[in-house]
Write a protein that binds this ligand. Structure first.
Ligand code: ADE
Length: 224
């Protein structure tokens, strides 16, 4: 899979996308992430990419020309399955959307900044608008990194344990059960006996029970 990310602040994406599992995925050629700096597409001498909003009001708007030039260049090179715009007014990101995106070949992600991008870019190019939650960040870079991370870890071969992505919270609309490691007793609290019993059937039953209990208590909406 290839993911192209278009941004005014490439340095904000460098950290999250060049460490740990996402880096390993790229090193193993399972995923390629290419970050494009919008300023490289600015045609004015100060390399600005934003301007005042028509109609007034606080905050700058990303101009359409640099974004359009960048998108057109990429579209001339390959076909994209989706052109995604990260924005607080998009659909809230869910595991089902991540699953669907993880089987695509080429994705383009546009990170907004300031007051966002000129509406015409959304009208002309964007095929999907995604929000990572009902709160506003300074830009779409961290949301873009979150989306890329969630997608990449699902690509077969990226996670060491092939089954672990399937047992994540949300994959079956249930939260994950509690987990424990050594020591068997810590600050007076013992690991539940069943986990030490070696009885795999009982352990599975206990985990299913705990997952259901946790979901009922914390996220009953997932069970509807
Ligand atoms: N840009 C700013 N806030 C955002 C959010 N919550 N989701 C996606 N993009 C954003």
């Amino acid at each position: 899979m290839r993911i192209d990310i278009i941004t005014v602040l490439p340095e904000l994406l460098q950290g999250p996308l060049t460490s740990s599992i996402v880096k390993r995925a790229q090193d193993k050629n399972l995923a390629e992430i290419v970050i494009h700096s919008l300023r490289d597409y600015s045609t004015n001498k100060h390399k600005t990419v934003d301007d005042y909003a028509f109609g007034g009001g606080a905050g700058m708007v990303l101009q359409p020309q640099p974004i359009s030039d960048c998108i057109e260049k990429l579209l001339a090179e390959r076909k994209y399955d989706e052109i995604i715009y990260m924005t607080p007014d998009g659909e809230i990101l869910k595991q089902t959307t991540v699953n669907a995106l993880s089987i695509k070949k080429n994705l383009m992600i546009l990170a907004g900044h300031y007051k966002g991008v000129d509406q015409r870019i959304r009208d002309i190019y964007v095929t999907k608008e995604i929000s990572i939650g009902d709160y506003v960040l300074t830009g779409g870079e961290l949301p873009a990194a979150i989306l890329a991370d969630a997608i990449i870890r699902l690509i077969p071969g990226v996670l060491g344990d092939e089954t672990s992505a399937l047992t994540d919270s949300f994959q079956d609309n249930l939260l994950s059960p509690p987990v424990y490691t050594r020591p068997e007793e810590f600050k007076g609290i013992r690991v539940p006996d069943v986990l030490l019993s070696g009885n795999h059937k009982k352990i599975e039953e206990w985990r299913d029970e705990q997952a259901l209990k946790r979901t009922q208590q914390r996220r009953p909406d997932l069970l509807d």
